[in-house]
Ligand binder design. Structure first.
Ligand code: ATP
Ligand code: MG
Length: 563
C-alpha cells in the first residue's frame, strides 16, 4: 500500500533531478555553490545557496563550497572569510568539502595541452581589442585568426613558454578552436588562458597564465563529480561551451541548469556595483545596514530564517523578474513578530510631569515580553512622576482623527494609568517643551473601573530610570525602484538615497535594556523592530532600526485580493 507522503516542494530543477534518479542516470545528487571571492555575498547569492544546499538536503545529497578563484586581479582572502561566515550564518554546512578552483590549475593545464594535441586549441597573438573586433556580431560571423592554423608543435611550445613567463601580459592567449561562424558568440574560438603576471592568493607566483571562467567551471564541476551544476540565467549562453569542453576532454559530464536571478526593487544585486558603493563614500562598508549583502542584512537585524522564508516564497523560476522589497520586509516582520521581545523606547522625547503623582514614588509595572509567545514571560518597568513620551504623540491643536494626547484630553499609558493633559509649557520660540498631566490612580493596569474609554494607548519611559541611546534609522538605499534607470551621462550611483540614514542621539529606552547585547533584537512598541548595533563596544547603547511596523506588503496583498 502506498504510504502517505507529505507533498514535497517541487520546481523545474527538482523535476529534472527526480527524472535522473528515476532513470538511474544518477544514484545520488551532488551540487555546489561556486562564489568568486571578489566581494561579499548578497541576497541574490542567498538564493543560489538555498537552491544548491536546499536540493542537496532534500535528496540526501551533498553540496560543495567551491571558490571560483581563477582571476587573481579582484580576489582576496578577506572575501573568502566573509563568504564562509555568511554561509554559516544562513545555516548551511559544506562540512569538509571546501574546494578551490585554483587547486585544479595543474589538471586544467594538462587538459589544455590535451586540447592542443587534438588540434582543438591554439595560441593566438591577437590583442584583446583585435579579438573583440574580429569576433563578429549577432548577425555577422567572426573572422578567423591568422594564428588559427599553427601546428600542434608550435602551439605546445608557445603555450609552454606562456606558462614559464616568457611573454608580457596580454601578448598572447590560448583559444579553443571551435567555429568563428557559430551563431552563439561564446563558441567563436573563446579564450581559455590569458597571461597575467600577478600573484594568486593561494598559488603565489606559481602561475602567470590563468584559465578563464568558462575553461575552469565545467571541469571543476567534473572533478568534483557534481551531478547538477545550478547557476543563474546569464550562463545559459555559455552552456554549449560548458558541454563542448567536457565532451572534447571525454570526462564526467555534469548537467548545467539555469534559473532566474533574484532582483530586488530599490537595491542593486551585483558585486561590481556594490563594490563601487563601498569605495564611493556613500556607504562605507560591505556590511553597512543599508546594503543588500548578507553581512549588511545581518547587521541591520535580519534573521536567516526571514531570508530563507522570503526566498522560498519567491521560488525558482526560469524567467527574470523583480521582487518587491516589501515582500522581504514582510517576511522579516513575520519572523521578528514571533521572536522579538517588546520593550518601550522613546525616540523623540517630550518631558511629561504627572502633577498628582508622589515625588519619590516608583512603581514596578509588570509588562508582557511577547504577546505572541507567553513563554517569553514578563519583566518589570519602573513608573514615576516624570516621564518621556514621544513628541509626535502630542498635538496642541489636534487635527481630525488624531486621537493621541492633546490639551484637556485623556489617554492610556501602556501598562500604567490614564493620564489627562492639564498644561502645556513652551520655550520662548513657542516650541512645546513640557506637559503637565494628572493621572487617575484607579486606572492602574490601563482600564477605568467606571468604564470610561480613551482612544489611544501610548508608550513611555520613566525619565529618571530610562537609559540614553543612539538610534539609527535607515531608509531605502536608492530613491528609485529601479536604480539602473538613470539620466543620460549618469550611472546608478546618482540614484543613491542621500537621506537613507538618520541618526537620533537623545533617545531613551527602558532600563531593562541595560544588558542588551550586540545583535539582540527588540520590538520598540509602536515604533518598529530594532537591534543592537554589533560594534557599540564603548558601552554606549546604539540601535539599528531593522524595519518599521508598517507593513506595505500586507496592503499590497490585500489590494490584490480585492481586485
Ligand atoms: P555578481 O553579479 O553579484 O557579481 P556573480 O554571479 O558574478 O554575481 P558569483 O560569485 O560568480 O557572483 O556567484 C556565485 C553564484 O551565485 C553563481 O552561481 C551565480 O549564478 C549565483 N548568483 C549571483 N547573483 C545571483 C542572483 N542575483 N540571484 C541568484 N543567483 C545569483
Ligand atoms: Mg560570476
Amino acid at each position: 500500500m502506498a504510504e502517505d507522503k507529505p507533498a514535497r516542494y517541487t520546481d523545474f530543477i527538482r523535476e529534472v533531478i527526480d527524472n535522473d534518479l528515476a532513470t538511474g542516470k544518477h544514484k545520488s545528487i551532488h551540487t555546489r555553490f561556486p562564489p568568486e571571492p571578489n566581494g561579499y555575498l548578497h541576497i541574490g547569492h542567498a538564493k543560489s545557496l538555498c537552491i544548491n544546499f536546499g536540493i542537496a538536503e532534500d535528496y540526501n545529497g551533498l553540496c560543495n563550497l567551491r571558490f571560483d578563484d581563477s582571476n587573481p586581479v579582484k580576489e582576496k582572502q578577506e572575501y573568502i572569510e566573509a563568504i564562509k561566515e555568511d554561509i554559516k550564518w544562513l545555516g548551511f554546512d559544506w562540512e569538509d568539502r571546501e574546494y578551490y578552483a585554483s587547486d585544479y590549475f595543474n589538471q586544467l593545464y594538462q587538459w589544455a595541452m590535451q586540447l592542443i594535441k587534438k588540434s582543438k586549441a591554439y595560441v593566438c597573438d591577437l590583442s584583446a581589442d583585435e579579438i573583440r573586433e574580429t569576433r563578429g556580431t549577432l548577425t555577422e560571423p567572426g573572422k578567423e585568426s591568422p594564428y588559427r592554423n599553427r601546428s600542434v608543435e608550435e602551439n605546445l611550445d608557445l603555450f609552454e613558454r606562456m606558462k614559464t613567463g616568457e611573454f608580457p601580459n596580454g601578448s598572447r592567449v590560448l583559444r579553443a578552436k571551435i567555429d568563428m561562424a557559430a551563431s552563439n558568440i561564446n563558441m567563436r574560438d573563446p579564450v581559455m588562458y590569458r597571461i597575467l603576471h600577478k600573484s594568486h592568493h593561494r598559488q603565489g607566483d606559481k602561475w602567470c597564465i590563468y584559465p578563464t571562467y568558462d575553461f575552469t567551471h565545467g571541469q571543476s564541476d567534473s572533478i568534483e563529480e557534481i551531478t547538477h551544476s545550478l547557476c543563474s540565467l546569464e550562463f545559459e549562453d555559455h552552456r554549449p561551451l560548458y558541454d563542448w569542453y567536457l565532451e572534447q576532454l571525454g570526462i564526467f559530464h555534469p548537467q548545467q541548469i539555469e534559473f532566474a536571478r533574484l532582483n530586488l526593487s530599490y537595491t542593486v544585486l551585483s558585486k561590481r556595483k556594490l563594490l563601487k558603493l563601498v569605495g564611493g563614500g556613500d556607504i562605507n562598508a560591505w556590511d553597512d545596514p543599508r546594503m543588500p549583502t548578507l553581512s549588511g542584512l545581518r547587521r541591520r537585524g535580519y534573521t536567516p530564517e526571514a531570508i530563507r522564508n522570503f526566498l522560498e516564497r519567491v521560488g525558482v523560476a526560469k524567467t527574470d523578474s523583480v521582487v518587491d522589497m516589501a515582500l522581504l520586509e514582510h517576511c522579516l516582520r513575520e519572523d521578528l513578530n514571533k521572536r522579538a521581545q517588546r520593550v518601550m523606547a522613546v525616540l523623540h522625547p517630550l518631558r511629561v510631569v504627572i502633577d498628582n503623582y508622589p515625588e519619590d514614588k516608583v512603581e514596578e509595572l509588570d509588562c508582557v515580553n511577547n504577546p505572541e509567545d507567553p513563554s517569553m514571560g514578563t519583566r518589570e518597568v519602573p513608573f514615576s512622576r516624570v516621564l518621556y513620551l514621544e513628541q509626535d504623540d502630542f498635538r496642541e491643536e489636534p487635527p481630525k482623527k488624531y486621537f493621541r494626547l492633546a490639551p484637556g484630553r485623556e489617554i492610556r499609558l501602556r501598562y500604567a494609568y490614564f493620564i489627562k493633559c492639564v498644561d502645556v509649557i513652551k520655550d520662548e520660540k513657542g516650541k512645546v517643551v513640557e506637559l503637565h498631566c494628572t493621572y487617575d490612580p484607579k486606572t492602574r493596569g490601563g482600564d477605568a473601573p467606571d468604564g470610561r474609554k480613551v482612544k489611544a494607548t501610548l508608550h513611555w519611559v520613566s525619565a529618571n530610570h530610562a537609559l540614553k541611546a543612539e538610534v539609527r534609522l535607515y531608509d531605502r538605499l536608492f530613491t528609485k525602484a529601479n536604480p539602473n534607470e538613470v539620466d543620460e551621462g549618469k550611472d546608478f550611483t546618482s540614484n543613491v538615497n542621500s537621506k537613507s540614514l538618520e541618526i537620533l542621539r537623545s533617545c531613551r529606552v527602558e532600563p531593562s535594556l541595560k544588558d542588551a547585547a550586540p545583535g539582540n533584537r527588540y520590538q520598540f512598541e509602536r515604533l518598529g523592530y530594532f537591534c543592537v548595533n554589533p560594534d557599540s563596544s564603548d558601552g554606549a547603547l546604539v540601535f539599528n532600526r531593522t524595519v518599521s511596523l508598517r507593513d506595505t506588503w500586507a496592503k499590497i496583498e490585500k489590494a490584490q485580493k480585492e481586485l
